[in-house]
Design a protein around this ligand. Sequence first.
Ligand SMILES: Cc1cc2nc3c(=O)[nH]c(=O)nc-3n(C[C@H](O)[C@H](O)[C@H](O)COP(=O)(O)OP(=O)(O)OC[C@H]3O[C@@H](n4cnc5c(N)ncnc54)[C@H](O)[C@@H]3O)c2cc1C
Ligand code: FES
Length: 290
Amino acid sequence: MVVIDFKVRQKDMKHEISRKEDINSEDYLIEVKAPLVAERFRAGHFVVLLTHPKGERIPMSVLKAEDGKISILIEKLGKTSRELDTYKVGDMLEAVIGPMGNPISLKEYGNVVFASDLVCGHAENYAVSKALGEADGNHVISMQTFPTKDLIYLEKELRGVSDEYYITTMDGSYGIKGHYLDVLERLLKEGRVDMVFAGGDVQNLKRLAELTESYNVPAMVTLRPIMVDATGMCGSCRVFIDGEMKLACIDGPMFDAHKVDFDGVISAMNRFKKKEEEAMENYNRKEVTK
Ligand SMILES: Cc1cc2nc3c(=O)[nH]c(=O)nc-3n(C[C@H](O)[C@H](O)[C@H](O)COP(=O)(O)OP(=O)(O)OC[C@H]3O[C@@H](n4cnc5c(N)ncnc54)[C@H](O)[C@@H]3O)c2cc1C
Ligand code: FES
């Protein structure tokens, strides 16, 4: 008779944090041992983290998947991202589930842009720009936007994997003043862009969709609706693409920007705001009374 030792199996599934550091005052990097995920990861995939058995599953983009480890950039936003910020090197995560979603199609695009203005987009920017650069026939143009100089990260890494790189700050304290959309518009006017990928703030992705469509240049954007199971079972992450319902966790997370119903995505992203605020207040209260 074969006896399966579930305790051993569960213990083996836990993932050790091998590196953790602040990258600015708002965001941190976490590297986790996850050999099975790292081995199968392709640019465009995402993962789901579970901090502890009673925790919430949080979807995350992947910056790097190397040597059996994955690294992720996390914004200190609400309850779970702040709770995870208290974890240290050597601590275990309950689970790292993935790779989830679909990788990007790696082919010859010509002059191909990746643009990002939020932490999840910056992580994808690196993973996708690197993969596009390794594919034949691509001139990779990477663009990043930050509010201000103090918040900048990944510049050196992105310069290293792209053929052309632009950095903008909204207050003009570093690089070009303004948003990546301004730079993108200039390159589009000059006829120097064949394909655009982007991730980050959804309002700006909507603008990017309108801009690229007006120049008849294809664009793929990452959508980040609220995901609950991230396996296509709950319907939480539904989005409408060309009038058809799709699930971002299994059909995306990247979609043709010109076909996305952005207003629907934006309103769905806000539907748990009150609950998220309550969860954060409860978490803060517990921290204070510890
Ligand atoms: C495909 C994908 C990739 C992502 N990549 C990153 C990343 O690389 N780095 C990063 O910091 N964040 C990323 N996110 C967003 C991240 O999952 C949420 O910020 C995180 O779950 C917040 O949890 P919280 O408890 O800290 O905050 P909460 O207070 O619970 O939520 C704050 C905000 O985060 C978003 N959010 C919350 N829960 C979810 C959820 N289950 N699914 C999607 N969005 C949620 C909502 O916009 C919400 O308003 C990604 C989301 C998706 C769908
Ligand atoms: S998160 Fe449940 S279907 Fe996508």
